[in-house]
Design a protein around this ligand. Structure first.
Ligand code: SF4
Length: 692
């Protein structure tokens, strides 16, 4: 199915004494399940599935070395009895899956939320954090020594629990990184004052971890390739730190990028894939024979191969791709790249949830980090236990596709009806937005996966109310017909200048002055789509220039002529918070005029007549006016289904259009599949019981 070669990816490698079967490292991700009271069962299932899926090395989310080090109330503690027991189960499960696993030793420092684990936030100095909203207390000298000892004890516990290695978290602005930076280390004692002394804490932690873990136990150190913070450590200091870490005894360096407070986006969809690999170069040069791991925004294994082949790093770290598809290395190895479910960098179910202290999952794989929960649900529902049933799914957007996939995987016969000539629903529009091309990958994945599972996909096949009667022949129906654009509530909604947003995403004459009426996520995406300057090749140069990381030698070309007219005071308040600020920054940089607090009174020749936030009437000039004022559920079949006497579920936008929340859509799609399969199984059981 693929002509892509993965010779470099599937070459065995070594980190110290540890042999690894390939060059793909599953990067650390906090899951929000580390403190679950299940003795590590959910975590063990999660990590074992990724190990079985082909990760060369799995690195856990961060486990705090002491109470002050927790990044939130849902963190686990390496040096406490409950944590050690859970971690023993995790390591054993990964070993059974023939994988290798490293435990990440973590201290949040000033990124710890106030009082989250019964301890006050501490840091090298009392410098407030915009990210956590706290002003930490400066650690005393004895407390610094005690923290170093906590790392040593944690390393010993990791080894005793059966882990193959540890990773020390020293980047992304957490405690060790805070010690290195003059921005957060204002001390003038042996732990701060100049670059030499700022590096001391990290180096002392490495030596203590070596002592705690014993000789030969692999130690990975994750250091910051660049903090992306004005006035922080210099490139020369980072390279020197890398050299000293190697001298102190680390077995691999893993290159992180940026702080959580950085004004430069690092993981959002609008960050070009692979752009951060360049920061590994100087570290690789400094590391000598010690292997270097790097990643961040490498979301496809096809991108890992050339990076490894070029020799710029020894291992590629991929984190979120393992949420989206736990088995992508195995699929790539067997030539089935078409079956890989690609991470679309939406952040919605992973990073955003993690920032809100909620359990992590994945928009395109709602089963992620809930492996046992869903198995238990299916078992309770009796799904798949009695007979094979027939189900219809109406609508081929992400929610409908997920329902169809899950039902087929449970062994049922599934027919999916889609009105358009292609699957994808709203993702068909989304994939045209700059940075969102991978949304097309989700469509391609579902098409391939549904074909593999034998789902009969009927494209160009709308179901009208009149013909819905034939659905009575199915054992259950999922209605996933999505949304339709909300009609403009203005007196002149038929004005010739007005188009609806799906049309605007499809065709647009260049040079058109456009007024977008709407302040939500679709309106913002459309503004980005219409104003994007375009890029050459991989887009790295443009992105780096946009953020002042390389000189900007592009000619001035800000002519998008797009005005965004929002009714509320804030644009897109409900979209992913980790993406919103970066997207607003991008459209502003492209010259889009953002007008909040605007009431649109009418469309007229020449533009839109509005009352602005100051109550003044004015004409916003426009050749075309796009109404992106939200969606309404496309639920016209609900009354028909209700009268059929067949179990049915309404999911995604068809159930509720509030916000454009694809996470909810796919979760509901999966849930509906389990429920309908369970109902059908239970009905069959009842029938069997009454037969003579
Ligand atoms: Fe990737 Fe989005 Fe899934 Fe997170 S939720 S892993 S960003 S696809």
């Amino acid at each position: 199915m693929t002509g892509v070669s993965f010779d470099s990816v599937f070459r065995p490698g070594r980190i110290g004494t540890l042999s690894l079967r390939n060059r793909i490292v599953m990067g650390s991700m906090h899951l929000g399940r580390e403190a679950d009271a299940d003795d590590g069962r959910a975590l063990a299932a999660f990590y074992a599935e990724r190990a079985a899926g082909g990760a060369g090395l799995v690195i856990t989310g961060g486990w705090a070395v002491n109470r002050a080090g927790a990044g939130g109330p849902d963190y686990g503690f390496v040096n406490e009895r409950a944590g050690r027991s859970a971690l023993t189960r995790v390591a054993s499960a990964v070993r059974e899956a023939r994988g290798r696993i490293a435990l990440q030793l973590f201290h949040a420092g000033r990124y710890a939320p106030a009082g989250s684990a019964g301890a006050e936030p501490v840091a090298p100095s009392a410098v407030p954090s915009r990210f956590s909203g706290v002003t930490p207390r400066a650690l005393t000298g004895p407390e610094i020594l005690a923290t170093i000892e906590d790392f040593a004890e944690a390393a010993g516990n990791a080894r005793a629990a059966g882990f193959d290695a540890v990773e020390i978290m020293g980047s992304e602005g957490y405690l060790l990184n805070q010690f290195c930076s003059p921005l957060t280390n204002r001390r003038d004692d042996e732990w701060g004052g100049d670059a030499d002394r700022r590096m001391r804490f990290g180096l002392a932690v490495v030596r203590a971890v070596r002592a705690g873990a014993g000789p030969g136990f692999p130690i990975i150190f994750r250091l910051s390739g660049d903090d992306l913070m004005a006035g922080s450590s210099t490139a020369a200091e980072v390279a020197e730190y890398a050299r000293r870490l190697v001298d102190a005894g680390v077995d691999a360096l893993n290159v992180g990028i940026g702080w959580h407070e950085s004004p430069v986006p690092t993981v959002q969809a609008l960050v070009p894939a692979g752009v951060w690999i360049r920061y590994a170069g100087p570290i690789k040069a400094a590391a000598g024979a010690v292997p270097v791991i790097a990643g961040n925004r490498i979301n496809r294994i096809e991108l890992a191969e050339p990076v490894l082949r070029a020799g710029s790093v020894d291992f590629v770290s991929m984190a979120r791709p393992f949420l989206a598809d736990p088995g992508f290395p195995r699929k790539a190895r067997s030539g089935r790249l078409d079956l890989v479910n690609v991470c679309i960098a939406c952040d919605q179910a992973c990073i955003d949830r993690s920032l809100r202290g909620r359990r992590v999952s994945c928009l395109v794989n709602p089963r992620a980090a809930r492996e046992l929960d869903l198995e238990a649900t299916a078992h309770r529902a009796g799904a798949g236990t009695v007979g094979r049933h027939r189900f219809a799914v109406i609508g081929g957007g992400p929610a409908g596709c997920e329902s169809a996939r899950a039902l087929a995987e449970l062994g049922h016969e599934v027919e999916l009806f889609e009105a358009a000539r292609e699957l994808g629903g709203q993702f068909r529009l989304a994939r045209t937005v700059p940075g969102k091309a991978d949304y097309g990958g989700t469509i391609a994945y579902y098409a391939a996966e549904l074909a593999r599972l034998g789902v009969r996909v009927r494209l160009n096949r709308p179901i009208s109310g009149r013909e819905a009667g034939h659905l009575a022949g199915f054992d259950g129906v999922v209605l996933a017909t999505g949304t339709r654009p909300r009609r403009a509530r203005v007196p002149d909604s038929g004005h010739p200048l007005i188009v609806d947003y799906p049309a605007a995403f499809r065709r647009w004459p260049s040079g058109t002055r456009t007024a977008i009426v709407g302040g939500g996520g679709v309106a913002l995406d459309l503004a980005h789509f219409l104003s994007h300057r375009g890029e050459t090749g991989d887009g790295h140069r443009e992105f780096l220039a946009d953020h002042g990381l390389v000189p900007d030698d592009r000619p001035e070309s800000r002519n998008p002529r797009v005005t965004l007219l929002g009714r509320g005071p804030r644009f897109a308040p409900r979209i992913s918070p980790s993406t919103r600020w970066a997207l607003l920054d991008a459209v502003r940089r492209s010259g889009v005029e953002l007008m909040p607090g605007v009431v649109c009174e009418r469309t007229e020749a020449g533009g839109v007549r509005v009352r602005d936030a100051n109550g003044e009437q004015r004409l916003v000039p426009a050749d075309l006016v796009v109404f992106a004022t939200g969606q309404e559920p496309e639920d016209t079949l609900v009354p028909v289904l209700a009268g059929l006497g067949v179990p049915y579920r309404v999911v995604g936008g068809a159930r509720a259009a509030g916000g454009l929340d694809a996470v909810r859509a796919t979760e509901e799609g999966l849930q509906a599949a389990g429920e309908l399969a369970g109902l059908a199984g239970a009905a069959r059981k009842r029938t069997i019981r009454v037969l003579p």
